[in-house]
Design a binder for this molecule. Sequence first.
Ligand SMILES: Cc1cc2nc3c(=O)[nH]c(=O)nc-3n(C[C@H](O)[C@H](O)[C@H](O)COP(=O)(O)OP(=O)(O)OC[C@H]3O[C@@H](n4cnc5c(N)ncnc54)[C@H](O)[C@@H]3O)c2cc1C
Length: 415
Amino acid sequence: MGSKRPRSRHHVQPAPHRPLRVLVVGAGVGGISIARGLLRDGHDVTVFEQRPEVRAGGGAVTIWSNGETVLRQLGVDMDGAGQELSTVRVMTSTGRPMTTLDVTAIVDRMHAPVRMVPRRILLGRLLEGFPAERIRCNTQVVGVAEDSRGVHLEFADGSCADGDLVIGADGLHSKVRDIVGAQHAEPTGWCSWQGLASLPESADRRVAFVIVGEHGNLGLWPAGDTEAQWWFDLPWPPDFVRPERPIEVIRANFSGWSELVDQVLATLTDDDLTRSPYPHFRHPIPGPGRGAVTLLGDAAHTMPPTLAQGTNQALLDTMVLCKAISDTRSSGDLSAALRWYEKTRRRRVAAVSRVASLQVSHGESVLRPAALVPDRVMTWVLATFLRAVSHRRMAAGISRNLAAAPTSGSDEHAR
Ligand SMILES: Cc1cc2nc3c(=O)[nH]c(=O)nc-3n(C[C@H](O)[C@H](O)[C@H](O)COP(=O)(O)OP(=O)(O)OC[C@H]3O[C@@H](n4cnc5c(N)ncnc54)[C@H](O)[C@@H]3O)c2cc1C
């Protein structure tokens, strides 16, 4: 079967109300979220993960109100997870304030908190009550094919699995994306050195900092308990060679930018940087897919971390895809449902990816005019943008329906 492109002629038309056999590739936040949602909706879902175990990489992620809303819909208990934020302060490397975002005002407008959560905690919460037997680790997908009987996954060990639907949630270097013929991700020329460290005692635990310089920028975001996520963004040229002592390069670029950051820098060693850097990539947003195969999360739309929206966008994919699949129960046309999901997401996710890729985030001088805009206007602009790209009405309708629905038998899978 190998890396065959799924054929498009076959429109799998499951009988209305029949649970679908869903094959999810990848057990990251995207894969586990969609699996949770579709189990909740009564489908027969299996997740295939190439690694020996489900594990979160990297430091922490920001879950904005739009992502938190979907986590609530999935029944994920985020109470006490990570650190809820009240403020993001943006300044220059010389200490000049550029803007102060009032996160509390965004929370009020979007009716859900904004929090920084270590990735291991987010994945742990997503896996609480998730049926472990639904995840098959050590299973690397190498091929996808489709015929009149359904879709078929082929694994590196030569075994196969059959289903009605394949969801490629296999991240930046997605095999499923390759097979459906979507374009590869392109590097943006930047990378992040990042991780978790102890937050200095003097720091306010609800306030996050971004500091922008001429040739790089950094962030220090409280992530709960005593932890804080730090990142240092620097150029990542095509001929990048990893420095032998990266901490020296980081100190040379960023020391003296802020007292708080200097305190963190003093505690970091090369060991804290072993998993860095994380180069930034951006996928061209793919056109409509074909047949009973679709993409979700980074497999569909890897974007630079500038807006901290990647995980949140994977969660919104989950919400829209669950709705699309629920709605096929009346028409039975799965392929049409998947095309509706892709179309519904494309414009919004393209807007987020475009804004996240603007190079202004990397230049103090380009950002200087931002200091002239009043803080409350900047906060309003960000909240308005987040609302515009978050399928607000759909989200509200789904949340209402879920709250009104009696607890169904399908809930036994994802409680
Ligand atoms: C430096 C950095 C900082 C970031 N900060 C934030 C942030 O603050 N907020 C935010 O929302 N987002 C952030 N992101 C983005 C976020 O990390 C991603 O958007 C998110 O992790 C995507 O989840 P995913 O499940 O789609 O993919 P992944 O997390 O990459 O999961 C894909 C899974 O698929 C598995 N897999 C891959 N290939 C196969 C195969 N062939 N067969 C079987 N399994 C396979 C992988 O092993 C992996 O487990 C950041 C990204 C970077 C690089």
